[in-house]
Design a binder for this molecule. Structure first.
Ligand SMILES: CC(C)(COP(=O)(O)OP(=O)(O)OC[C@H]1O[C@@H](n2cnc3c(N)ncnc32)[C@H](O)[C@@H]1OP(=O)(O)O)[C@@H](O)C(=O)NCCC(=O)NCCS
Length: 125
């Protein structure tokens, strides 16, 4: 779908500290990756990340959680795209109530040409 992307990712021990909590950087990396897919879908051009906005880690993400990362383009500028990203966690193996919003944030991407310079988003304006 244009301007949207989502993926599923299981949290493995290498993504977590010895307490079994996922590293924030791992989660932000997933958000950046999926956010860029949403931005590329909308821009129809390559993009680079120019800013990572406020990210809220609302509840812990643990080893064994299945994450659903959902990204949607919220705003389109001349060359930039602001993407809202939500990370839901599902506790597959512990049988607890599922699909809790764990993390959310906003990332900004810029469409670039073959030299890496900003270029207008397709259909902008
Ligand atoms: C992204 C990049 C191409 C922008 O180049 P630039 O010459 O600074 O671009 P401009 O000043 O013309 O701004 C381009 C757009 O980005 C927006 N922008 C720039 N810096 C921003 C910031 N910190 N936050 C939000 N938007 C920003 C501008 O508002 C503009 O948006 P618009 O065209 O929709 O109005 C350049 O900064 C770059 O290559 N950065 C490294 C990107 C990268 O490698 N990312 C991966 C992480 S290592």
């Amino acid at each position: 779908m244009e301007g949207e992307a989502r993926t599923l990712e299981l949290v493995f021990p290498e993504h977590a500290n010895p307490m079994g909590n996922a590293f924030g950087g791992f989660v932000v990396g997933l958000m950046d990756k999926v956010g860029s897919y949403a931005a590329v879908r909308r821009a129809k051009k390559p993009v680079v990340t120019v800013a990572v906005g406020r990210v809220e880690f609302k509840v812990p993400i643990k080893v064994g959680d299945l994450l659903e990362v959902v990204a949607r383009v919220e705003k389109v500028g001349r060359t930039s795209l602001t993407v809202g990203v939500e990370v839901y966690k599902e506790q597959l193996l512990r049988g607890e109530p599922s699909r809790v919003l764990a993390t959310r944030g906003q990332l900004v991407y810029v469409a670039v040409d073959e030299t890496g310079a900003p270029t207008p988003v397709d259909g902008e304006g």
